[in-house]
Each structure stands twice: as C-alpha cells, then as structure tokens.
Design a protein around this ligand. Structure first.
Ligand code: PLP
Length: 422
C-alpha cells in the first residue's frame, strides 16, 4: 500500500472534495450540473480583457526562458506602481514576488514561516487554502470568529482571546471569501493595533479588491502599518477574470528589516520552483495599466451587479434562508435554518441538493465554519440561470428534512468544531 504523507492528514479542500467527485459522476452519467462550487469566472462566459490576452499572445516568443525567481522586473514594477497609486509608500520591485496564482504564494509564505506547533490566526469562515497551508506546514490553524450579526466582521475580542506565545501571524481576507464582507478602516485599524501589540505578521489576502458593490471602498491593510510585517496578496484571477492564467503576487511592506531571515526563506522557496509561468507574467502589466478591470461589471447595471441582486433577492425570499448582503467578491454565505430542515450534517445537505436538483454548492464546514448551518453559493452564472437555480433550491427546500443521523455516521462538523474550539 502506498500512503499519503502524515503532513496531509489534516489537509482538506472541500471546494473540490468528495462532493465534487459526486458532481463529476453525475456529469459522466449525462446530467447537467450547475456547478456553483468554485469562483472560476471563465466557464460562466466572463472573459479576461482582450488587451491582456493579446499582449500575452504577442509575448509568447519572449516567454520561452525562465525568468528571475521573483518574476519579470517589468511586471513587478507594474505591481509596485499600482500599490503606490493606491497609497502605499516606499514599495520596491524587490519586495514583490510573482507566483503561479496566489495559491502558490500562500503555500510559500506559510511554509517559509512556521515551525511545528506554531499558530496562525485564520478567519472562520475562511478561504480553506489558508487553513490547509498552515496544517500542511506543521502549524496549528487557530480560527477567529467573523460575526454574522456584525456583517461578518472579525470579532476583535475573539482574536485577542486566541493569541498565545506561539501565535506568529494573522490572516485577513478582505474582501472576504466566502462572506463578501469588506472591512471598514476602523476595523482594520483595530486589527493592525492587535498585530502591533503582539508583533504578529499580517497576511492580507486582497485578491477581490476591485470587485466592490454599491460604492464600497477597499482599504489596503498595508497602508495602515509600518510597525509590523504586512504581506499583501493579490493577482489576476478574479479582478481580471483570468483564473486560468495563474498570475498572482505578494508584496512585503512594513517591518521588513526584522524579517530578513524569513525573506531569505521566501527567496529559497521561490528559487526552488525556478519561476512562475512566464507568459502569464506578461499579462500583469497590461492588466494593471491598460484595462479597466471589472469596473463596469460591478455597477448595478453590470453583469455582476445584476447577478448579485437577483441571487440575494431570491435566496432571502426562501423561508428558512437569510443572508448578509455581500459588498465584495462574487459569493454569498447564506444561513440555513438547521432546526427547520433538521440539518445535522451540512455535507449531507449539499449532497442531497446535488442529488435532487443537480446544483452543487459547498457546505459551510468546508470553509471551517463550526456549525452545520451555512453554505456558499457562487453567483457567477447569468441572471436567467441563477434565477432558475435559486427557484430549484426553493422547491427542494419546500419539502426538505434531513434524514436522522445513523449510529455509524461519521460527523465531520463535530470534529471540525472541536478543532475550532481548541
Ligand atoms: C480568498 C482567496 N485567496 C486566494 C485564492 C487563490 O487564487 P489564485 O490561486 O487563483 O490566484 C482564492 C481563489 O479562489 C481566493 O478566493
């Protein structure tokens, strides 16, 4: 028998987990599944800006060789200018690393930092790669609660209560996946204050920072601190609808002098994988400097704006469903009345929905949420498809009651809540 390494034992990614396999099985059997499990704009008819595609194609001949391990200087200079433009002073191209999507850089940033048993504060709910990266690196993910009653803003007292001598860093996801929350300057300042008090590194995942609705303003965390190391993370996948290109970046600012050894570690990991894919690096400058990004799509009359409105209005009209309106990104994280529908296992709920209506959403516990009472829906499909899909969910829920737990059933939610409480 060949076994996975021990390091992988606590590592999961439910967006493509066991329910994903069931969805593929349905498709193999000839069914059409509405896949609302993953934030991948292209299959829903969104295109990366034409200028970006053209520029990449034109530069294919120039992209045959490896680049520097941190990435092409021209692309890093463009990232530098972008952050200077939104108020971050003193950025150097040398402080920027390009990656095969932000995902790769999240793995590098965490692996280079943690020793066994080191702790990192991660939001609950979270984008689960963060928890997975910490577990894979031998660290201990410690989840702080984002409070639905406060628009899913992080609970500062919960954050404070979970800091120990082993806490190395705090992760912010802003705009948030899965909740769509966009944090106020006051809240960010409070988190920065906590980080400064306890000398925590801040990882600020801002990959949706241009996908904002109703005039919402995004504040880059890095503009609020010089005193601690802040690593701002972003890329082209969402803001430029180019998830398949795999172009991401991270930018180090603040207390870099204290972090020289860690930065050396980041350089080592970047060098070990030689460089990120070079054709996509050519997309970065033209995206940041030559296109309007998603500017028109997020307007009330734009595609994303309309889809958000329809999805929100229809979902919240279903008896037993409530939802905080997302102000950014393209997800909703609705609450489902677990009592009304007798839900004790949220994975079973999404499997039942998939089986009955061929709609694939992800259970809240897949985002390290501690109760079986939420799911995440991606509102990328066109309005008509979304509208029909939510109608089908309403029909399903009009008669749904989850079957009682069998005595042999493993309870993933229960084991997760233990992990959250630890
Ligand atoms: C919050 C967040 N961070 C990071 C990523 C990774 O993005 P990518 O690897 O496509 O750049 C995603 C993807 O969905 C995300 O939602």
């Amino acid at each position: 028998m060949i076994h996975r390494s021990d390091r992988l034992h606590n590592v999961t990614y439910e967006l493509r987990g066991p329910v994903y396999e069931k969805s593929k099985e349905l498709e193999r059997r000839g069914h059409t599944v509405t896949n609302l499990n993953i934030g991948n704009p292209a299959p829903f008819g969104f295109n990366a800006p034409a200028e970006v595609i053209q520029h990449m194609a034109l530069n294919l001949g120039n992209a045959q060789g490896y680049s520097d391990h941190k990435g092409l200087l021209s692309a890093r200079e463009a990232v530098k200018r972008y952050y200077e433009g939104i108020g971050l002073q003193g950025v150097q191209a040398d402080d920027i690393f390009l990656g095969n999507g932000l995902s790769e850089l999240i793995m590098h940033a965490v692996q280079a930092l943690l020793n066994d048993g080191d702790e990192m504060l991660i939001p609950s709910p979270d984008y689960p790669l963060w928890t997975a990266a910490v577990s894979f690196s031998g660290g201990k993910p410690v989840h702080y609660i984002c409070d639905e009653a406060s628009g899913w803003f992080p609970d500062i007292s919960d954050i404070r209560s979970k800091i120990t001598l082993r806490t190395k860093a705090i992760v912010l996801i802003n705009p948030n996946n899965p909740t769509g929350a966009v944090y106020s300057k006051e809240l960010l300042q409070e988190i920065v204050d906590v980080a400064e008090e306890h000398n925590l590194i801040i990882f600020s995942d801002e990959i949706y920072d241009k996908i904002l609705y109703d005039g919402t303003v995004h504040i880059p965390t890095a503009t609020l601190t010089d005193a601690v190391l802040c690593i701002t993370m972003s890329g082209l996948s969402k803001n430029y609808l180019a998830a398949g290109f795999r172009a991401g970046w991270m930018l180090l600012s603040g207390a870099k002098a204290k972090a020289a050894d860690y930065i050396d570690g980041l350089n080592t990991l970047a060098s070990l994988r030689v460089c990120s894919n070079v054709p996509a690096q050519y997309a970065i400058q033209v995206a940041l400097e030559g296109t309007p990004s998603v500017r028109d799509l997020v307007l009330p009359t734009g595609r994303l704006g309309q889809q958000r409105a329809v999805c929100y209005d229809k979902l919240t009209a279903i008896p037993g469903i409530s939802c905080v309106k997302p102000m950014g990104a393209f997800y909703m994280f609705p609450r489902i009345d677990a009592k009304k529908f007798a839900i004790h296992n949220d994975q079973q709920f999404v499997i039942d929905l998939l089986a009955a209506q061929h709609i694939f959403v992800v259970q809240g516990s897949g985002f390290n949420w501690h109760k079986p009472d939420h799911f995440r829906i991606v509102y990328l499909p066109p309005v008509e498809v979304l509208s029909q899909t939510v109608d089908k969910m309403a029909l399903f829920l009009s008669t749904y009651k989850q079957a009682p737990k069998s005595s042999t059933e493993k309870d993933p939610v229960l084991s997760l809540s233990v992990q959250v409480l630890e």
